[in-house]
Design a protein around this ligand. Structure first.
Ligand code: FES
Ligand code: FES
Length: 197
């Protein structure tokens, strides 16, 4: 669009704008109403959500737009689950819902009313690690550790999924979990250790 065209468009719109101003300007009022709604915290849609997290009943009152990841980290302070990309691309936010792995950044908390959520905090304790946690320690399955909780949660879920026996099969099944440190070889070794045990 050239500047001349813009000038023509503005000229074409001007009569409408003038007419709207004279007539009480519904267009102008609508725009203002939207802006006011955006600024009004009472306009946020809150809703009750109840689920169990690591076996504990949790009753929350959440903005309906809250993701499961945000509910876990920001409302329940379970920060072991990490936000990497927030777009379903890295797997750092992986948790179990009724035993199945999901990317919690892609799922609204309200959808999980009544579900059983398991996070890394629910697997083991420092004195009694889950076998998958222990295997990651024993096989050096991490470097910076940022992806590790997601890797472990995926590894735990993988135990109950159809998956071939080879390392390549495990790599394929774990392809949704990215490790920027490149600890893949040791991650696969840890998972294979648990599978064979
Ligand atoms: S933070 Fe959820 S997939 Fe990356
Ligand atoms: S251990 Fe650093 S991103 Fe995986």
């Amino acid at each position: 669009m050239t500047l001349d065209h813009r000038a023509d468009d503005a000229a074409a719109l001007a009569p409408n704008a003038a007419a709207q101003a004279a007539a009480g300007t519904p267009f102008q009022d609508d725009a203002t109403a939207v802006a006011d709604t955006d600024r009004n915290p009472e306009a946020i849609s809150m809703m009750p959500v109840a689920f169990t997290v690591n076996g504990t009943d949790c009753d929350l009152d959440l903005d309906s737009r809250t993701t499961l990841l945000e509910a876990l980290r920001d409302h329940l302070f379970l920060t072991g689950t990490k936000k990497g990309c927030d777009h379903g691309q890295c797997g750092a936010c992986t948790v179990l819902v009724d035993g199945r792995r999901i990317n919690s950044c892609l799922s609204l908390a309200a959808v999980h009313d009544g579900d059983a959520i398991t996070t890394i905090e629910g697997l083991g304790t420092p004195d009694a690690l889950h076998p998958m946690q222990q295997a990651f320690v024993d096989h050096d399955g991490y470097q910076c550790g940022y992806c590790t909780s997601g890797q472990i949660m995926s590894g735990v879920a993988l135990m109950k999924e159809p998956c071939g026996a080879s390392d390549a099969d495990v790599k394929e099944a774990m392809s949704g979990n990215i490790c920027r440190c490149g600890a893949y070889t040791n991650i696969v070794a840890a998972i294979q250790h648990v599978r064979k045990a």
